[in-house]
Design a protein around this ligand. Structure first.
Ligand SMILES: [Zn+2]
Length: 420
């Protein structure tokens, strides 16, 4: 184990760092750390394979523009976080400052087949080191049309906030994140029309202790609790209507099985007509929630999962184990664990055992790094969902690279992420 003085004279390098192993593996990048300056270069080398399609043909200027746009991913990834060394006596060590780079260089970590297409579909990166991108350009609006359709569709889906115990307002961290995400998306999308947006809250499942009959008053009170979280904690001022469900369970018009095993809770029904009416027609109005395809695929190259995929039941167990979800939080039925990949046709989407293994390993890594895991299964402004926003949990694979490289000198819990 080096002294601080010795450590600052060292350099650390990983040319093919893979944050996960076995079936879960996704992500491959190089990391180069210079303790003296704090520079932590995180790079992915790609080979570009330009391919023509029925809807588009590559020209030399288009290819050049695409290559010119590659470094733009750094704008979304750089300057989001530092990793500080908390080892006793090492306070003077400069924090590690990651700089991200995507370059066309050999030998590649990934081969990207870039398919010329005005109408895009099916972007992906695979653990085998290949990927596909359907876009004529690497810029942010390249996938705007599809992103808008998916976001609008997703926004119309009702969702359930499970409540664990009668009487007590037991909201898990995951439920609070879900409500906060809903509020953020609504405000971003509705803008000035937010106050005209109708949202129904339906409390269900709570029964009277003695009579075992449904207790409408208590169920409505649960809806009231969700309203106050949305209004006060998330600052979402919309037109709320509160109800108690008259049946055992509220209906599921989406057929998505979102209630699953939840026996008590509150369902949030966004008004579908209002979404049709107020959803912006112009993509530039909601550029913050339009996925930049390459920025997102770069996240996969770093080993991050898709967050619009549903949370698989295996991962729910992990979340319950970590205390992030309450024991009644099993909202997703086993057959719903077949993940829906909004971005790709099912024939292209990677199959669920691997996604399941990866999601689980990722949630565990979030725990190790002390980061809350993402909200899965919903459109969120996160760059690994439908948006362009960097989130705290996006730094965990880089954190792991730094921990692994320096493991002979610094313990993992001595490297602490500071968000900027
Ligand atoms: Zn993806």
């Amino acid at each position: 184990m080096a002294t601080l003085e010795e450590f600052t004279k060292m350099q650390f390098e990983e040319d093919d760092f893979r944050p996960f192993t076995g079936e879960a593996h996704l992500g491959n990048f190089s990391a180069y750390y210079i303790p003296a300056s704090g520079d932590l270069s995180i790079g992915v080398r790609i080979k570009l394979d330009f391919t023509d399609s029925k809807t588009g043909k590559w020209t030399k200027p288009d290819q050049d523009l695409f290559k010119k746009n590659l470094p733009l991913i750094a704008k979304d990834w750089n300057d989001n976080f530092l990793i500080k060394c908390m080892k006793p006596g090492w306070e003077k060590l400069k924090p590690a400052k990651p700089r991200f780079q995507l370059i066309e260089y050999a030998p590649p970590h990934y081969t990207m087949k870039v398919i010329a297409a005005l109408k895009d579909c099916g972007n992906f990166v695979r653990p085998e080191g290949d990927g596909q991108l359907w876009a004529q350009s690497a810029d942010r609006l390249a996938k705007a049309a599809t992103s808008m359709i998916n976001t609008k569709k997703d926004m119309k889906l009702p969702f359930c906030i499970p409540i664990d115990k009668p009487g007590g307002a037991q909201f898990s961290v995951q439920s609070l994140s879900t409500l906060e995400t809903f509020a953020t998306m609504t405000k971003l999308i509705m803008g000035d029309n937010t106050s005209k947006f109708n949202v129904e809250l339906v409390g269900f499942g709570l029964k009277n202790d003695k009579t075992k009959a449904l207790d409408p008053k208590a169920n409505k009170a649960n809806a009231e609790k969700v309203k106050s979280i949305l209004e006060q904690f998330c600052g979402l001022k919309v037109k709320y209507q509160l109800f108690a469900c008259e049946d055992e369970k509220p209906e599921d018009p989406s057929g998505r099985g979102y209630l699953g095993l939840a026996t008590m809770g509150v369902v949030v029904y966004p008004n579908v007509d209002d979404i049709e009416r107020f959803f912006p027609k112009d993509p530039t109005a909601i550029v913050d929630i339009l996925q930049a395809p390459l920025v997102h695929e770069f996240g996969h190259m770093l080993g991050l999962p898709d967050e619009y995929n549903l949370l698989c039941s295996e991962s729910v167990d992990t979340m319950v184990g970590l205390g992030v979800m309450g024991p009644n939080a099993k909202m997703i039925k086993e057959d719903e664990a077949r993940l829906k990949d909004f971005g790709a046709a099912s024939s292209l989407s990677s199959k669920s055992p691997r996604i399941t293994a990866h999601q689980k390993a990722y949630i565990e890594l979030c725990r190790d790094a002390g980061m809350p895991p993402p909200v899965f299964g919903k459109s969120t402004p996160s760059m690994m969902s439908v948006g362009t926003k960097f989130m705290a949990h996006h730094c965990v694979t880089v954190w792991k690279a730094l921990c692994d490289m320096t493991k002979d000198h610094v313990k993992p819990d001595e490297w602490v992420v500071k968000l900027l």
